[in-house]
Design a protein around this ligand. Structure first.
Ligand code: 5GP
Ligand code: MN
Length: 330
């Protein structure tokens, strides 16, 4: 067992009261890992509160949680705060605050460049997902992956690996998935739950946005953007943009897919996706962002068209791309 994993296991065993925290606007990894850790701690007989500034997103309302997800911090600080899937401490709250000075902070994460802001840090960038790390933690504690615990770990893993399709899928990931299936979890049930979350409004937003998708650098960069006007016209929000950036990446010949979203305050949040060796994290890092090699994000000042021009120029310079024909894929 690695030293950080041993330290985390010791802390979980010794303390009694826990708060589990994940980043605002949680994805399936953040929520799945939080809920899985909640189940694990409950099975160890601990007192546990799940907390997320944005609460439980509607798309995960089918998940069996150990408790509701609180959107207010408890009045009394717990002994231990476990922070999950946060590449840095400012991701917990949208205002960047991190009010946990009175507790022991355990930071469990898989983002490259995590500054190890916890009192105990278990950071392994090669792990597919934080959910995978919680699954390993459960095994280290001798707790079975059956029932909701296994389901939550599985949700986290398929979210961050694109259902075991991305390059972050390691042999450990697949071995853990096999252990979960062996513990009685039905993978297709979780997959179906995760994928049947579209609303007609979201489909309309995607239609509107995709119609205006465009490419740069001879088809090697593909961009889709969504404005406040589009959200208003389709009765949607930024959360409904999920899936747009992968559509851009999946265009033949594209090295990086780009999605830009206008916030109500006029800021521009962007997502980048790539395949294989193409590193989009370093691009995001140049715009106060971060993430992983093939999935990253950050933000820029508005308006949308200025942000788009700035991002495209930066990528073309960084990668030495011109507007000529795509010579990478012919
Ligand atoms: P998404 O594009 O789905 O929002 O995020 C993809 C990956 O990039 C996630 O791992 C996420 O943590 C990371 N990421 C997205 N936006 C930001 C950001 O503004 N700052 C940092 N540090 N990471 C980000
Ligand atoms: Mn993650």
């Amino acid at each position: 067992m690695s030293t950080p994993l041993r330290l985390v296991t010791q802390t979980l065993t010794q303390a009694d009261t826990f708060l589990i925290v994940s980043h605002a606007h949680p994805d399936g990894d953040a929520i799945g890992a939080s809920a899985a850790l909640g189940w694990l701690l409950q099975r160890l007989g601990k007192e546990v509160i799940l907390y997320n500034e944005s609460g439980l997103p509607e798309q995960f309302d089918w998940l069996t949680l150990p408790d509701r997800v609180a959107t207010e911090l408890p009045p009394k600080p717990p002994q231990v705060v476990v922070v999950l899937d946060c590449g840095d401490s400012s991701r917990v709250h949208t205002d960047g605050s991190f009010p946990f000075a009175e507790s022991t902070v355990v930071n469990i994460d898989h983002h490259l460049g995590n500054p190890e802001f916890g009192d105990i840090n278990w950071v392994e960038p090669h792990r597919s997902s934080v959910g995978e790390m919680i699954g390993l933690l459960a095994q280290a504690c001798g707790v079975s992956l059956s029932g909701a615990l296994g389901e939550c770990v599985y949700l986290a893993m398929i979210t961050d690996t694109g259902s075991f399709g991305f390059s972050n899928t390691g042999s450990d990931t697949l071995r853990l998935a096999a252990d979960i299936v062996e513990a009685g979890i039905d993978p297709s049930r979780i997959q179906a739950r995760l994928q049947t979350q579209l609303t007609l409004a979201r489909v309309h937003l995607h239609g509107l946005a995709l119609q205006q998708a465009r490419t740069y650098a001879g088809g090697r960069l593909a961009v889709v953007s969504t404005s406040q006007e589009m959200f208003a016209a389709t009765n949607t929000t930024a959360a409904d943009c999920e899936g747009l950036v992968t559509a851009m990446r999946n265009i033949k010949g594209v090295l990086a897919g780009i999605s830009l979203r206008e916030t109500p305050e006029g800021q521009i949040k962007f997502s980048l996706r790539s395949w294989g060796e193409t590193d989009v994290r370093s691009i995001a890092a140049a715009f106060s962002g971060g993430g992983h090699r093939n999935a990253a994000g950050g933000h820029l000042d508005g308006p949308l068209d200025t942000a788009e021009a700035q991002l495209i120029t930066h990528i073309k310079n960084a990668w030495g791309l011109d507007e000529g024909r795509n010579t990478v894929y012919g």
